[in-house]
Design a protein around this ligand. Sequence first.
Ligand SMILES: CC1=C(CCC(=O)O)c2cc3nc(cc4[nH]c(cc5[nH]c(cc1n2)c(C)c5CCC(=O)O)c(CCC(=O)O)c4C)C(CCC(=O)O)=C3C
Ligand SMILES: [Fe+2]
Length: 375
Amino acid sequence: MSVIATPPPQANPTTSPAATELPPFDGLLIVGFGGPEGPDEVMPFLENVLRGRNVPRERMLEVAEHYYHFGGVSPLNNQVRALIAELQPELRRRGVDLPIAWGNRNWKPFLTDAVRELTERGAKRVLAVVLAAYSSYSSCRQYRENVEAARREVAANLPEGQQMPIFEKMRVYYNHPDFIASNADRVREALERFPVEERDAVHVAFTAHSIPSVMADSCNYALQLTEACRLTAETLGLPEERWKLVYQSRSGRPQDPWLEPDILDHLDALHEAGVKNLIIHPIGFLSDHMEVMYDLDEEAKHRAEEHGMRMERAATVGVHPTFVAMLAELIQERITPGSTRRAIGKYGPSHDFCPVNCCLPPGRQPAPAIGGQTA
Ligand SMILES: CC1=C(CCC(=O)O)c2cc3nc(cc4[nH]c(cc5[nH]c(cc1n2)c(C)c5CCC(=O)O)c(CCC(=O)O)c4C)C(CCC(=O)O)=C3C
Ligand SMILES: [Fe+2]
């Protein structure tokens, strides 16, 4: 365990630079994963995703085929554009009027350009809104490192008279009441596609991106996912024996353990158990991007059909108004010192500043990152 200095008592229970020393937030950075928008972009995008990773070339070529199957276009970038288009007026309605820039880890528009844009606009303190609801190396720390790397790149070529902004990261929100409410709504929408008399027997498989077991051991990813599923099921009145958290989109080398069970194995098990009706809800993702379209709507759908099962895929939260309102609330909360920090369930609101070595897999050198505790 790392030793973390006890923070002073404050509304925000994390160690941060004394708020009085800092300028107010004056910019928002939306941080996404990125996806290709044409066939020529698929391979360079995948090279970016997998640089330095233990993922065999065959897996990369296989995933390239998933993208080509849809014309080489991931829907992800357009989904982020749609989300920002909803978020902007929602923020303005709340009296929050900050410039927004958007940048991705793996593809255009890149983070470095977004950081440069905010810097050129004279931003002094920027809140990074990462489009991921749970903590893990992939979904939290790596984004924090990516923003810091972008910040350094921009800082290295800073025109005279310009100053670099400070960057912080918004907390994860897997247990925010409005995140849970939006997910529950999505499952309900799918449930309504079943005949009324069958609804009481429909099973729900919640899915999330699998990650390597060593990565999972160093973070609360599975714990947070389990809690989000539990809270969503509770909201729906869904008994424990009718839902399960499973994983999808396993990558990596076959010999390395990743989080299980896989959705396809789960479909086999449900079939064995005589289950006829299933909803798959990708609670681990925020939009219906390529891994949802391919791994669920193609692969899992096909497996369900082989088993003679009815499978309905629930939508991700996407631009659900309650989800958009939650993002706006979290932004408002963070830029307004002393705000109430809403969360439900067992764990309370997640930290604003990540502890030292938060989500750091063993053997990985900590790279410089934004949004960490300073004491
Ligand atoms: C936790 C997590 C999230 C959720 C949090 C978040 O949203 O960030 C997520 C999201 C996404 N993952 C995505 C795509 C891919 N992920 C890959 C590979 C990997 N993902 C991982 C984890 C996660 N991934 C990991 C541990 C790897 C192995 C390589 C590594 O250690 O980094 C690969 C490589 C090929 C392969 O699948 O092997 C691709 C193409 C897309 C975009 C889809 C589109 O284009 O529409 C999105 C939103
Ligand atoms: Fe991924």
